[in-house]
Design a protein around this ligand. Structure first.
Ligand SMILES: Cc1cc2nc3c(=O)[nH]c(=O)nc-3n(C[C@H](O)[C@H](O)[C@H](O)COP(=O)(O)OP(=O)(O)OC[C@H]3O[C@@H](n4cnc5c(N)ncnc54)[C@H](O)[C@@H]3O)c2cc1C
Length: 415
């Protein structure tokens, strides 16, 4: 069987791991020029590997399989180095957050770090490259595909028995082109997470960082929107992400180099109903408006100014870890809808009751931070075309994406 995999990220790796010894001829098309410029979600991922039923994607993935895949990634470090934590394993913390209206999310996780994740990817690539049935095609962005009953073709005319599209979120242009051609594959498209990146001194959240590393909570705000923490980075760094048309903010932590601040996202899930059908357009427009005000930079504001809708002109005790060339002091209220701002403020004020100091006036708020959900795509429409990982709309994490590839690989073996 001749198989094409588009994209070499977490989902592709899960799939290859399962089918590499079947004798199938596997061709991997990756738009990055080589393995050095390639990486899981474009090298920005922080390498936190979660084992949880409550987050990471909308698939039911057995916890044993999740842990097995964590062990796989850790083994590929070659040195076994990682940091570890458990979110809300300690019931005292659980009850404390719960009593103030928060829904704590239980998960175990293993942190490899951005720096180490790159080495892991390289090690995996070297191993696959040595197999005679695996062929890498770097620098080949697939922009269009054609499905017929007995084959699937890429835009350069190569023909395959089966194709797995594993392009993550950065492959949204290819997904859009496929949806235009085959609109029947779309299952759902109404959600987007819009929020801010919050940064504060380590000592304010020291106990939480020590206890859990990543604390994850959800909260139903007074506006009715669900708000959640996401991607907590103790001693981490705030960074920007360039989507081409706009720039957003993000955060990560390294295994070796440490800062004095902790950052995490506070995200509001905006779920709109008919006739709304363009969550990516909605989020992109808000991001573009923020960038317009920030002169193509992200906006940074102190928390009290964010709450009181005043432009920030000076910072006080908390100094940003984001490169000064990448932000401008301003007022996020000029770009974000009121309901989102109110939801975030409500979240922070309530969190301050559980973790005093979170609502300190000089803590930092960055925008835009936006997480797009890919459209949920059907894997039932075509026998020879499957979507795995984040581009399928069913996963949002390294382990869920790896597992999705792995499970679909298992399915080919059975069919
Ligand atoms: C900043 C950031 C931090 C994150 N941190 C974490 C974390 O700590 N823990 C966690 O579990 N998850 C994290 N995630 C999410 C996680 O990285 C993704 O859920 C996961 O990588 C999805 O795997 P994937 O295989 O679907 O896509 P990806 O890993 O993104 O791989 C997709 C691949 O497809 C390639 N590609 C795209 N388009 C094309 C095309 N047209 N033709 C050919 N190739 C193409 C890309 O170059 C890429 O190599 C983070 C994401 C981001 C953006």
């Amino acid at each position: 069987m001749k198989i094409a995999i588009i994209g070499f990220g977490a989902a592709a790796i899960g799939l290859i791991e399962k089918i590499k010894n079947t004798g199938a001829e596997i061709h991997i098309f990756e738009k990055s020029h080589d393995i050095y410029s390639s990486s899981i979600s474009g090298i920005r991922a922080d390498g936190k590997l979660f084992v949880s039923k409550e987050m990471g994607g909308d698939l039911n993935i057995d916890l044993d399989l999740q842990k097995k895949l964590v062990d796989f990634w850790i083994e590929k470090t070659g040195n076994g180095h990682f940091e570890r934590g458990s979110s809300f394993a300690n019931m005292e913390f659980y009850k404390h957050f719960y009593s103030k209206g928060f829904q704590p999310i239980i998960s175990d996780f293993y942190h490899l770090g951005t720096d180490q994740l790159k080495e892991v990817l390289f090690n995996i690539y070297e191993e696959y490259k040595a197999l005679s049935n695996i062929h890498f095609h770097f620098g080949q962005s697939v922009n269009k595909i054609e499905v017929s009953e007995d084959s699937v073709k890429t835009d350069d005319g190569s023909s395959f028995d089966k194709m797995f599209v594993a392009v993550g979120r950065s492959g949204h242009k290819l997904i859009k082109a496929i949806i235009n051609e085959y609109p029947q594959i779309v299952l759902d498209s109404t959600k987007v997470d819009i929020g801010v990146r919050f940064e504060l001194p380590n000592h304010v959240v020291e106990e939480l960082n020590r206890e859990m590393y990543e604390f994850k909570v959800k909260y139903k705000s007074k506006t009715g929107y669900m708000v959640r923490t996401f991607c907590n980075n103790p001693s981490g760094y705030v960074v920007t992400e360039n989507y081409g048309d706009f720039i957003t903010v993000n955060g990560h932590a390294k295994i070796k180099e440490k800062s004095k601040n902790t950052n995490f996202a506070i995200l509001t899930t905006v779920q709109l109903t008919e006739p709304f059908n363009d969550p990516i357009g909605y989020g992109s427009n808000i991001a573009e408006l923020s960038n317009m005000l920030g002169g193509k930079k992200v906006i940074l504001q102190t928390y009290s100014h964010f709450r009181d809708s005043k432009r920030t002109k000076n910072l006080y005790r908390v100094q940003p870890t984001l490169d000064p060339a990448k932000y401008i002091l301003g007022d996020i209220n000029l770009a974000y809808p009121r309901r989102i701002i109110e939801s975030i403020i409500d979240f922070i004020e309530n969190l301050d009751e559980v973790v005093p100091g979170v609502a300190n006036a000089d803590n930092l708020v960055y925008a835009p931070e936006i997480k797009f959900y890919s459209n949920a795509l059907s894997n039932q429409t075509f026998d020879n075309l499957k979507f795995i990982g984040d581009c399928s709309g069913f996963t949002r994490s390294i382990i869920y994406a790896t597992a999705h590839g792995y499970i679909l690989g298992e399915k080919i073996l059975k069919d």
